[in-house]
Design a binder for this molecule. Structure first.
Ligand SMILES: *Cc1c(COP(=O)(O)O)cnc(C)c1O
Length: 394
């Protein structure tokens, strides 16, 4: 099958819910991918921050194939080693008290919302179910997580939306206080707003917010679906902010490309979700959990340190190019946003880069780079060359 035949087949039979680039991907190794026709692409996207250890990582591949040959699925009514061992690893490396596994980021955030409402119900009874979120956030595409997303553009078409969300300005404690009330049970936030434009929250704001949460017994819920699993240079971003969430969600990078999400809870709500209150048929699948254990094994201290170094290098090189269409860079670790200057469209620049051989993303009004955490210096340099050659002449 060639590219044109594949595009025709896709258009004929699939719901066209994605504005796809005119690119197909067939195979690859680490951050170097190839189309059906054999054209080479450097990966500065990792799916969307999913391929934490690159494509076809040998250690990950060995772990998932071994597990698939042994036990590919069993219901959550039985004990399995990968589920328990993964929970242990995540708790020991974060100081959290317990883990739940589902299949996606939105599902993980649904779990956080349920956790907060159940915690509040147990301690205060009904009428205290409102979750505060931040303007410009993104929390997923289920009905509740769409409504939790603090961007008006997402609150469309699918009425009626679930109730129980209010929005405050990021980095503005007064704005959060203005939304406080007897009905609030939690604050849900991303420490670096990803889809919103790669906008890191200010440390002082996050710490003040954590104090406010503690005073009011609101749960501090951190959405680490994009920032988690080493993306920002620590295993989770909260570890750089000097706060301890009551619970956090993760997904994208956790299982190295296999579908998995979940959440970690602290001691305070360790027992909030008891038997029968939450569950998932596929959640914590043994193959996905074995993949996640391999990912965590690969993301040791030295690799996490390299994430910071590679991120700094990539940002410095992009800024030194001084391309007319690009402005300042921002972000944390290998979660990088690049400003697009007035008069240029981020969607147009991103399409040009993808078609020229550099897989990259948009976020808010800018470009976004989320390379595999294992990307090599050579792959970074090759990607930077495509970037410069494609955008220099514009
Ligand atoms: C991607 C993302 C989600 C949604 O994850 P899905 O796996 O697509 O459901 C939620 N929150 C954040 C911060 C994300 O980046």
């Amino acid at each position: 099958m060639d590219h044109a035949e594949l595009v025709a087949l896709d258009h004929r039979y699939t719901l066209q819910t994605y504005g796809r680039y005119d690119v197909d991907i067939d195979r690859g190794q680490n951050a170097t991918l190839y189309s059906l026709a054999g054209k080479k692409y450097i990966d500065f996207a990792s799916g969307i921050g999913v391929l934490s250890v690159g494509t076809a990582n040998p250690k990950w591949l060995a772990a998932i194939t071994e597990q698939a040959g042994k036990l590919g699925h069993i219901s959550n009514l039985y004990y399995t080693q990968p589920y328990a061992k993964l929970a242990q690893q995540l708790c020991q490396r974060t100081g959290m008290a317990g883990a739940f596994f589902g299949n996606s980021g939105a599902e993980a955030n649904e779990g956080l919302i349920k956790l907060a409402r159940k915690y509040s119900y147990d301690h205060y009874g009904q009428g205290r179910g409102t979750v505060l979120t931040l303007i410009n956030s993104f929390h997923g595409r289920t009905s509740a997580t769409l409504k939790a997303t603090g961007q008006e553009a997402f609150h469309n078409y699918f009425f009626p939306f679930p109730e129980g969300f209010r929005y405050a300005q990021a980095n503005d404690l007064a704005s959060v206080q203005a939304q406080a009330g007897h009905d609030v049970c939690a604050v849900l936030l991303e420490l670096v707003q990803g889809e919103g434009g790669v906008l890191p929250l200010e440390r002082d704001f996050v710490q003040a917010l954590a104090e406010l949460c503690a005073q009011r017994d609101w749960l501090l819920l951190v959405d680490e679906v994009q920032t988690g699993v080493g993306r920002t240079g620590t295993l989770f971003a909260f570890q750089q902010y000097g706060v301890t969430p009551d619970a956090l969600s993760f997904a994208k990078g956790i299982a190295g490309g296999l579908p998995m999400g979940g959440f970690l809870v602290g001691e305070k709500c360790r027992d909030t979700l008891g038997a029968g209150t939450h569950g998932s048929t596929f959640g914590g699948n043994p193959v996905c959990a074995a993949g996640a254990l391999a990912v965590l094994d690969i993301l040791d201290d030295s690799l996490l340190r390299e994430v910071g170094e590679k991120g700094a290098y990539l940002r410095r090189r992009v800024e030194e190019m001084a391309l007319p269409c690009l402005g300042k860079t921002r972000g944390l670790g290998l979660m990088i946003g690049v400003e697009v200057t007035d008069g240029y469209s981020n969607k147009d620049l991103s399409a040009r880069l993808n078609e020229a051989g550099l897989l990259s993303l948009t976020a808010g009004p800018g470009l976004r780079f989320l390379p595999p955490l294992t990307i090599t210096r050579e792959e970074l340099d090759q990607g930077l060359t495509v970037l410069e050659e494609t955008l220099r002449g514009l």
